[in-house]
Design a protein around this ligand. Structure first.
Ligand code: F6R
Length: 360
């Protein structure tokens, strides 16, 4: 049941520290500076030339996150919408790894793309929550995110667990590919291990309800981020539209001035996500919106320069740039939740949506 919570969504948001502990259990070895994925012998990915991530919806945003992180670790990779894969897949051969990211393991679009990749000879892995799902049975290997059942139609904890799992997998691929662990793995591992505690702190101190109160009667909601903040901006907007039924859009920060700025007014709050990757540019982009009257909500650590500039602040604990976006995402989940609650929406079962989409 929902226990002390009014909705499954809020319960599942609060389950994220536990979900991440479960995802990480036995998989990181901070002592020896290694990632331990039991299913993959050392060198499994040594010959992989490129990685294609395929997924839909929220899982696509996790896939984009994983793909960008892998690119930053020096491995060629792309994230592709599974429903576009049949018309736009880059070439695949037996040195291509295709990673199907799917919470349910039953999404028709993702299964179709997975089957196509397999038919063309790619090595395949699925990152999924459901043991025994079709994706888990059909992919060469399955990595389980261990998030526990998710009842809310809007995915929350499974996004965080997928992104963490893809970060682990990406670091393993990069280590195999380069023959050495990525240089910054030593700093990343302790921060990964500290994610459950960081989330506990965030959940205990969040101002998301007050931010939702202040802005929930706006005309449109914009989310901007750069680098690993970009998939978080997309996910922030998707969550917001799914459960509030209000118009929301996510943009790469630098794209705001290439069109969307025409929509910006005092009635369009802009949530700016700062991950430590070229933050000064994102701040400048946010200020361009602020100059047109838009209130800016900075999602960043307490002592960040953006706090002085912004109209409001959602705090995230200090962490590695590879992980900050995941903390920001949880603040945005909470804003969507409280805004939807104020608007009296049926949060756990939004109209027209299903938890698992088994048709093309
Ligand atoms: C959004 C949401 C959907 C799913 C998408 C893929 O909150 O839940 O966008 O992420 O339908 O589902 P899975 O991950 O089961 O393949």
């Amino acid at each position: 049941g929902k226990g002390e919570y009014d909705h499954f969504m809020l319960k599942e948001i609060h389950e994220q520290p536990t979900a991440l502990s479960q995802a990480l259990e036995g998989r990181i070895d901070t002592q020896n500076g290694r990632i331990a994925l039991a299913d993959f012998d050392p060198g499994t990915f040594a010959d992989i030339d490129s990685v294609q991530f395929i997924a839909c919806g929220t899982s696509y945003h996790a896939a984009l996150y994983g793909s960008l992180a892998l690119k930053q670790a020096g491995v060629e990779s792309t994230a592709l919408l599974a429903n576009e894969y049949s018309v736009s897949a880059p070439p695949v051969d037996d040195d291509t790894l295709v990673v199907a990211v799917t919470q349910s393991g039953e999404t028709a679009d993702t299964l179709n793309a997975l089957r196509r990749a397999e038919a063309e000879g790619a090595m395949t892995v699925t990152v999924t929550n459901v043991v025994g799902s079709t994706a888990a049975r059909e992919a060469d290997e399955a990595l389980f995110i261990r998030a526990g059942p998710e009842i809310g139609v809007a995915a929350t904890k499974t996004f965080s667990s997928q992104a963490v799992m893809l970060t682990l997998l990406g670091q393993r691929i990069a280590a195999d590919r380069h023959g050495d662990p990525p240089a910054d793995l030593d700093t990343l591992l302790p921060e990964l291990a500290a994610m459950p505690d960081a989330l506990d702190d965030l959940l205990a101190e969040t101002d998301a309800e007050a931010i939702a109160e202040r802005y929930h009667n706006s005309r449109s909601y914009f989310f901007i981020g750069r680098g690993l903040g970009f998939p978080v901006a997309l996910e922030g907007a998707l969550k917001f539209k799914e459960i509030t039924y209000e118009h929301a859009e996510g943009f790469a920060s630098g794209e705001l001035k290439h069109g969307p700025l025409a929509l910006v007014t005092p009635d369009t709050p802009v949530f700016a996500i700062f991950t430590g990757q070229e933050d000064e540019k994102t701040l400048k982009n946010a200020e361009e919106a602020q100059t047109r009257g838009a209130p800016v909500v900075a999602v960043c650590p307490e002592d960040h320069r953006a706090v002085d500039v912004a109209d409001a602040h959602l705090e995230i604990p200090e962490t590695d740039a590879d992980l900050a976006g995941l903390l920001a995402n949880v603040q945005l989940q909470l804003v969507s939740y409280y805004a939807a609650d104020l608007l009296d929406r049926p949060i756990d079962k939004p109209r027209n949506l299903a938890k698992s989409v088994t048709v093309e």
